[in-house]
Design a protein around this ligand. Structure first.
Ligand SMILES: Cc1cc2nc3c(=O)[nH]c(=O)nc-3n(C[C@H](O)[C@H](O)[C@H](O)COP(=O)(O)OP(=O)(O)OC[C@H]3O[C@@H](n4cnc5c(N)ncnc54)[C@H](O)[C@@H]3O)c2cc1C
Length: 306
């Protein structure tokens, strides 16, 4: 049984963390949706992360590690337990053609560090609003690039074995928007090292700017969202199917299929998680009816007690 008082007392003894009680998760997700978490904890170092996870385990407090909250939909009732954010762990170091970043570093900061060192390979990551940890977890990618192409190794904390481990790139079981981390919720990425190639600063910068402009042109960046709502279906463009199904602009409550890009669900102003889930169901039902196929959400839904 959860021992909240003992957990709170133990948190007081851990250095390198900030703890907020009953913190609204809508403040920490790009969707700007989600009720309050019992605890919202930012860790400054991998050791602080380890201490918080061990403490939560000891007092049976549920945990959910997040990065920048750009692929997440938290429940309207919030989260019973501790949401632990890596976003303060953001150091990036360059050594030759390798870049090592802490899990909470933003992908845009990572791409910019590569540019500063005239290293090529991470241009695709510029503008993806996630963290390094979240990107390794789901093999983030765009415009023909993805994490699996540049990752050398990642380091994670295993909450069951209570130790830090290192995983070489080929052990990640990378697939489309997937890695071994999805099957191991007890593993938390704490850092990742990328292997890049020497390139031309001007060419790298031009490619980054081009991709950023394509994003701004095609994506509804003016509204809160969690990126593409659905995974690609093999051999099909999901957004195109949604468009052809006449669902562009479809709205439930304040959640809407973007009129600019049918692959995005946007928060028009005050959307709830229930609105988004109902809209996801509506789209899946319509695509099943029209095309006889099952499309899967890309957004990760986190229920209050799940
Ligand atoms: C406008 C917009 C555009 C986007 N464009 C793209 C795109 O082009 N390509 C793309 O791939 N994605 C895109 N996304 C989605 C999102 O940015 C990526 O999925 C990103 O990799 C998620 O990182 P995050 O840190 O925000 O993860 P979060 O949303 O915080 O978490 C997502 C999942 O990762 C897990 N996780 C996070 N950090 C860790 C960690 N350190 N260790 C273990 N598990 C962890 C969480 O538990 C959760 O299950 C977009 C999103 C938005 C809002």
């Amino acid at each position: 049984m959860t021992d909240s008082k003992a957990f709170e007392a133990a948190l007081d003894e851990i250095s390198g963390i900030t703890v907020r009680y009953n913190e609204l998760l809508s403040k920490h997700t790009t969707f700007q949706i989600g009720g309050a978490a019992d605890y919202y904890i930012e860790t400054l170092t991998a050791e602080a992360m380890q201490a918080v996870l061990a403490c939560a385990q000891k007092y049976s407090v549920r945990t959910k590690v997040i990065g920048r909250g750009s692929n997440l939909l938290f429940a309207d009732a919030g989260y019973r337990g501790a949401v632990i954010s890596t976003s303060a762990m953001k150091q990036i170091t360059v050594s030759g053609a390798e870049i090592t970043a802490e899990a909470g570093a933003s992908l845009t900061a990572l791409a910019k560090a590569a540019l500063e060192a005239s290293l090529t390979g991470l241009e695709f990551a510029n503008g993806i609003p996630g963290s390094v940890g979240g990107a390794v977890f789901m093999n983030a990618g765009a415009y023909d690039g993805e994490i699996s192409q540049v990752l050398l190794r990642s380091t994670y904390y295993d909450a069951e074995k209570r130790e830090f481990c290192t995983l070489d790139a080929d052990a990640h079981e990378f697939a489309y928007r997937n890695s071994i981390y999805r099957a191991h919720p007890e593993w938390t990425v704490v850092s990742a090292t990328f292997s890049l190639r020497n390139g031309d600063h001007t060419v790298i910068r031009a490619r980054m700017e081009e991709l950023m402009a394509r994003r701004a042109d095609k994506q509804p960046l003016e509204y809160p969202s969690a990126g593409s709502a659905f995974k690609r279906y093999p051999g099909r463009y999901t957004a195109q199917m949604i468009d052809e199904a006449g669902l562009k602009g479809k709205q439930i409550g304040c959640a809407q299929i973007s009129e600019k890009h049918a692959g995005f669900i946007i928060n028009r102003d005050g959307a709830t998680a229930e609105d988004v889930l109902a809209l996801i169901d509506c789209v899946r039902n319509e695509i099943r009816r029209l095309y006889g196929i099952e499309i899967e959400p890309e957004i990760v839904y986190v229920p209050e007690n799940g």
